[in-house]
Design a protein around this ligand. Sequence first.
Ligand code: FUB
Length: 337
Amino acid sequence: MKKKLTSLPSLILPGLLFLHAGIFTGCKPVSKSNTTNSNEATTAGNPIITKKYTADPAALVYGDKVYLYTGHDEAPPGKDFYVMHDWLCYSSSDMVNWTEHPSPMSVKDFKWVQDDAWAGQVIYRNGKFYWYAAMTHKTIPGKAIGVGVSNSPTGPFKDALGKALITNDMTTDAKIGWDDIDPTVYIEDNGQAYLIWGNTKCYWAKLKDNMIELDGPIKIFDLKNFTEAPYIHKRKGWYYLSYASLFPEKLAYAMSRSIEGPWEYKGILNEVAGNSNTNHQAIIDFKGKWYFIYHNGVIPTAGGSFRRSVCIDYLNYNRDGTIKRIIMTSEGVKSAK
Ligand code: FUB
């Protein structure tokens, strides 16, 4: 049984410093302890995980499986900001049945980090898995981006650098401490890797083959109403840069024939996701279908902007390559064959 979502208005403060409250009526309550002993993580439909609060999905297709990496919202009911100390990992062969793996990475794995296991992305290269993620730096004020590395998609991931790859003092265009968040990585067919990240400014830089050093200056993409959560995917010669826009966040997207831009704004991809003032996406092609993985805040009774839940719906294209507006559903997707 699923019911409609009800959103309350959000209070907008600069950037991501905000308060938000909302209510939702529905089913599939999260367990009291917000933990699970079973590795069978999910039930059918959206949200796909109901035993824990999950946010900021990243997904990797590797072999015949999809690996889903999420943030882990642990803010108690009534607390209106992020409490996030580790990340979670799930895998599936069909996009419907998800197996939970032990938490593969935590802020404790990074000695230079104070806290805050925020969004990131995992990518495979040369036999290793690299996880780029935003955290709060212990000594350099503001958010920073670190890199975890593992021999397995399910971890454990270790600090690949022993220090941050990106710190707030390296990016001075945005006069805020939380502009170095939400890293995403894309590897071109010629092997050139790109790191893209940001809040209010969309930064990008080339990465060296070792994946843990920048290979050139930090530049900025010009994107209409960019807030955060950049994500790159490619289809039929088109690059797509999707991102969270305005606040409360909708997802917008732009297209280009080159990953280095210029990017042409194409409009809204997804509306505000029920009961969550943030919106964060991963887009993958798996077994012949395109999937849009995102979060909302619909788990009763405490779900909301700081207790979020990952959902999956289909992503479809128009004949000219533009993307059809996402239809967020309670039913979610069917088993992929
Ligand atoms: O989860 C913390 C922050 O909220 C992420 O970095 C943003 O993308 C937003 O989802």
